[in-house]
Design a protein. Structure first.
Length: 140
């Protein structure tokens, strides 16, 4: 199958990008757009901390054009966290966050249940294999 957005095609090696649910497929396409055109880097870092509350550990953090993931998480948690952070990116407003954390968590759970295994496999390919030491607290 191939992914199309605004006339752009992207192939995913025979994996099906469609679930049969228009909203889920729209959200998946938007996530791919965010990953391809908005997010500059995805970093796995150990001991990920909230820059605003350093005592608080995190599974993930969306900061400007970067997504940080906790390196110690297993594959399932990494993918759930990527979906969660992409939901932040999709529903973020410069004025203020248009969706609070609890709502994003609900969206994440719904998407996790309704994305197909192929869609999850495609998203998981964006998770880096290597680990970096710099987290969001070291960013300007």
């Amino acid at each position: 199958m191939e992914y199309r957005r605004h006339g752009v095609r992207k192939k995913f090696g025979g994996l099906d990008t469609r679930s049969g649910d228009d909203f889920i497929d729209f959200t998946f396409r938007e996530f791919i757009y965010i990953l391809e055109d908005i997010v500059e880097t995805i970093k796995k870092t150990p001991n990920l901390k909230n820059p605003r509350r350093p005592q608080q550990g995190l599974w993930g953090y969306f900061h400007k054009s970067e997504i940080f993931l906790e390196a110690r998480a297993n594959k399932k948690i990494l993918l759930e966290t990527l979906i969660h952070e992409l939901a932040h990116a999709l529903y973020y407003s410069d004025d203020k966050r248009s969706m609070r954390e609890r709502k994003i968590q609900r969206v994440e759970k719904i998407l996790w249940r309704r994305f197909t295994e192929d869609q999850k496999r495609i998203l998981s390919k964006y998770i880096p294999k290597h680990i970096v030491k710099k987290g969001p607290d070291s960013q300007n």
